[in-house]
Design a protein around this ligand. Structure first.
Ligand SMILES: Nc1ncnc2c1ncn2[C@@H]1O[C@H](COP(=O)(O)OP(=O)(O)O)[C@@H](O)[C@H]1O
Ligand SMILES: [Mg+2]
Length: 482
């Protein structure tokens, strides 16, 4: 695999503050704002992508918060916390990495005035933990569970996958890809190991525009009505092109089962070739895909693994597609394990914000203000979705506040018409675990940053070295014995 070289962000290294107490806290909060700025514009279906070039000239295009932050070599110790939570959100739930970063930075931004005022960090931390617990219970209370009826579950999974893909380069083909991702995950056993879904990238497929899929699919959706007759693989359909996707960049993709799915086992000699060590499949064929020939095993009785072939012109494009599919696959796995969903597009954040604002009015003193600050910070998600779409965020947020006050629980940003909409009805669904994880992690990171009032550098890491100089390069910087 490709291991990107980090691009240094000098600004942060130079800016690392050696002060103590409140100035240190403020400086750390400011550093986190810089991190949020780096990913802010990528949020949501109208978010932009980032093109990053490393020191060796390798270009990466991405919309994924965790990927972007990984490629930026963030050296500021406090700001690194945000990079870490984006990474752990990626590992835990696979989606919501931009949201978690924005939320955490916004929590810090909203509580900055209280830090400046000299309010004790522990008081702030207490309020934030209370607010997070309340918000998480509220999510669990209002999340909608879909019955495990086969057809409904499949719809739920496809909708969650589609929501995850909305913000990606391949959003134009989200219907096709979300079905493919659900097919892939459904072919796995109960453990749903990510390793069991292989993704192979074949360059140069952009010339042959088409999508082929060996997984049988009876219904002919409007998007895929054309038979792709030139394809050697059966049941192939050609998608109508999304106007935003350049013709040569459309991917071809294919799901088929892997060798081990046939149920064969590896033998060291041909002496004991009994039937039970041999694998089976309905159809074996060798097919040219791009510049290489592949062996296809289809109709495998023990298929609990599958492989997706991605084809596309530019390498950056197939790589970003692979990352996008990874997000969607993770989301589908999550949704199978935890079948409750909430509405996205800022709907859940607005509802939690309203709930916490109402709650804060029932308690006295600073805790009221702090929980109010938390509630306000949650609005960053719908606000940023609006900003990125070029909408008047103040106007939309006013409408959303009014609607939620009247009980419109699932109202969020309508990305298609500069308005608000019931995003549950609009099928912008996200597994509730994504939001629970994001809120918990964002609030914990903010609390962690608040509990640091001094950064002490390892003397060996600074250029001028320890005073006296003796023992430098040897030993471990232990104090000298006199
Ligand atoms: N069709 C849609 N309309 C409005 N908001 C949407 C839509 N699809 C996705 N979103 C929202 O976009 C946000 C996710 O954006 P994304 O760029 O994927 O960031 P993240 O890395 O946080 O997942 C979520 O708040 C999600 O609810
Ligand atoms: Mg996402």
């Amino acid at each position: 695999g490709f291991v990107p070289q980090p691009t240094p962000v000098i600004l942060l290294k130079e800016g690392t503050d050696t002060s103590q107490g409140i100035p240190q806290l403020i400086s750390n909060i400011n550093a986190c704002q810089v991190i949020a700025e780096a990913v802010r514009t990528t949020l949501g279906p109208r978010g932009m992508d980032k093109l990053m070039v490393d020191s060796r000239g390798k270009a990466t295009i991405s919309n994924d918060g965790a990927t972007i932050l990984k490629l930026l070599d963030v050296v500021h110790p406090a700001a690194k916390t945000l990079v870490d939570i984006a990474r752990s959100q990626d590992a835990e739930v696979g989606d919501g990495t931009t949201s978690v970063t924005l939320l955490s930075a916004e929590f810090l931004k909203q509580l900055k005035p209280y830090v400046e005022e000299g309010l004790h960090p522990q008081t702030i931390i207490r309020a934030f933990r209370t607010a997070t617990n309340l918000a998480v219970s509220k999510i669990k209370e209002i999340a909608v569970s879909v019955k495990k009826d086969d057809k409904e579950q499949r719809q739920l999974l496809e909708k969650c996958a589609a929501t995850a893909l909305n913000s990606k380069l391949i959003a134009g083909q989200k219907g096709f890809f979300s079905r493919m991702v659900v097919d892939a995950v459904m072919s796995l056993d109960e453990l749903m190991s990510l390793k069991m879904i292989g993704i192979k990238k074949v360059q140069g497929g952009g010339l042959e525009v088409g999508v082929c899929c060996s997984v049988s699919r009876e219904s002919q959706e409007e998007e895929f009505t054309h038979e792709w007759t030139r394809s050697p693989v059966d049941r192939c359909r050609r998608p109508n092109l999304h106007p935003n996707v350049p013709q040569t960049e459309v991917l071809t993709a294919c799901v088929w089962c892997d060798l081990q799915a046939c149920g064969g086992s590896i033998q060291t000699s041909v002496g004991a070739m009994t039937d039970d060590v041999l694998g089976q499949c309905e159809l074996f064929e060798e097919v040219q895909v791009g510049g290489e020939r592949y062996n296809f095993f289809k109709g495998c009785p023990k298929a609990q693994t599958c492989t997706i072939i991605l084809r596309g012109g530019a390498e950056q494009f197939t790589e970003e597609t692979e990352r996008s599919l990874h997000d969607a696959i993770m989301i589908v796995r999550r949704a199978i394990k935890n079948d409750s969903v909430v509405a996205g597009g800022g709907a859940i954040e607005m509802e939690l914000s309203k709930y916490l604002r109402d709650y804060s009015r029932t308690i006295p003193g600073k805790q009221q203000l702090l929980i109010g600050a938390y509630a306000k910070a949650l609005e960053i998600i719908p606000r940023q979705l609006c900003d990125n779409a070029g909408f008047d965020a103040t106007n939309i947020l006013n409408k959303l506040r009014a609607k939620h006050a009247q009980g419109g629980t699932w109202y969020g940003v309508d990305i298609n018409s500069e308005d608000i909409a019931d995003n549950f009805v609009a099928c912008v669904w996200e597994p509730s675990i994504v939001k629970i994880n994001a809120l918990t992690a964002a609030s914990e990171a903010a609390c962690l940053i608040l509990s640091v009032d001094e950064t002490i550098k390892n003397p060996r890491s600074s250029m001028d070295g320890p005073p006296g100089g003796a023992g430098r390069g040897r030993g471990r910087g232990r104090p000298h014995a006199h």
